[in-house]
Design a protein around this ligand. Structure first.
Ligand SMILES: O=C(O)CCC(=O)C(=O)O
Ligand SMILES: [Fe+2]
Length: 302
């Protein structure tokens, strides 16, 4: 067992000890309410049907209180222990996380830049017996997400930094409008801010065949008539299609930081973030990001 002292810059000093065994599925998920391990269970079938309906209707589904409070608390403590390892960045981004291209018309959405400030605990530094790692590695959960999406097979993302990070936002931090490099994301709020930090998204704004640039530009210019807002609560699990639904997180208000776990999934096993996106989000690009740059999941700008 390793002992770690961590200092939360905004709050108090906390002493917690990293877990010494890998949590099992029943330590992570409320299996009584949600028997996702029992493929024959009518309860599971009803839940999957409900999730599919929600995903079709509003591009996102929410499963309340599926992750056990003890697991949420262990994840919160893991983030606190990792506070010194958080990659913080302040940068300007367009929705595609590409560099400015001045050959494009000025009103092209790729020329719309907003300032982001936030941090990530990248997937490669999760602790050995991390609950987030356990959630991501669990095949029952993978199968469940696949069934909810109605897409099979799906794969865990091959990106070593972005596959299952924690996203961290302190007071005043803002995560601007963007599409993700991966197709599907499960989000699990680990610590709720006092105010703000609201997840907003436009369901299925683009498809692999259609960038829908005019509509993207309308949203960026402030037309939020088709934008949905998600009330995230610690313990809930959301499944959303971040590559196709443009989304953002509004500024966090108050001294309590917003922590969220973000396991991600793909329809194919090999592609990773483009190097530029890896640098902008996670602070560095690794050899794999350059080696696989030509290997894209679709022809979207990114
Ligand atoms: O913090 C969230 O809810 C989502 C963050 C996000 O969109 C991302 O990391 O790509
Ligand atoms: Fe995102």
């Amino acid at each position: 067992m390793t002992e770690a002292v961590s200092i939360n810059e905004q709050n108090a000093v906390e002493l917690t000890v990293a877990p010494s065994v890998m949590p099992e599925l029943e330590d992570l998920v409320d299996l009584e309410t949600y028997p996702i391990h029992d493929l024959e269970s009518p309860k599971r079938q009803a839940l999957v049907d409900q999730c599919r309906k929600e995903l079709d209707a509003v591009g996102c589904c929410r499963i309340p209180d599926i992750i056990k409070p003890e697991s949420i608390e262990r994840m919160r403590q893991e983030v606190e222990r990792q506070r010194d390892e958080i990659y913080w960045s302040e940068d300007s981004h367009n929705p595609y996380m590409t560099k400015e291209d001045t050959s494009l018309p000025e009103d092209h959405p790729a020329r719309f830049f907003e300032k982001r400030s936030s941090g990530f605990v990248n997937s490669d530094i999760l602790e050995q017996y991390s609950d987030l790692r356990a959630i991501y590695d669990n095949d029952v959960i993978l199968q469940f997400v696949s069934d909810c999406l109605g897409i099979a097979p799906i794969y865990r993302w091959a990106d070593p930094l972005g596959s299952n990070p924690y996203s961290i936002m302190d007071e005043g931090d803002y995560f601007p409008w963007h599409f993700d490099g991966n197709e599907f994301t499960v989000s699990i709020l680990v610590q709720e801010p006092e105010k703000g930090g609201e997840f907003q998204y436009y369901p299925d704004l683009r498809t692999p065949e259609n960038e829908n640039l005019d509509e993207v530009a309308r949203v960026l210019n402030g037309d939020y008539s088709k934008v949905h807002s998600l009330a995230l609560r610690p313990g809930d699990m959301q499944i959303f299609k971040g590559r196709f639904s443009m989304h953002r997180v509004t500024p966090v208000e108050g001294k309590t930081s917003r922590y969220i776990a973000l396991p991600t999934y793909m329809r194919e096993p090999d592609s990773v973030n483009r190097p530029e996106r890896a640098k902008q989000f996670y602070g560095r690009a690794l050899p794999i990001h350059y080696e696989r740059e030509a290997n894209r999941p679709d022809d979207l700008i990114d």
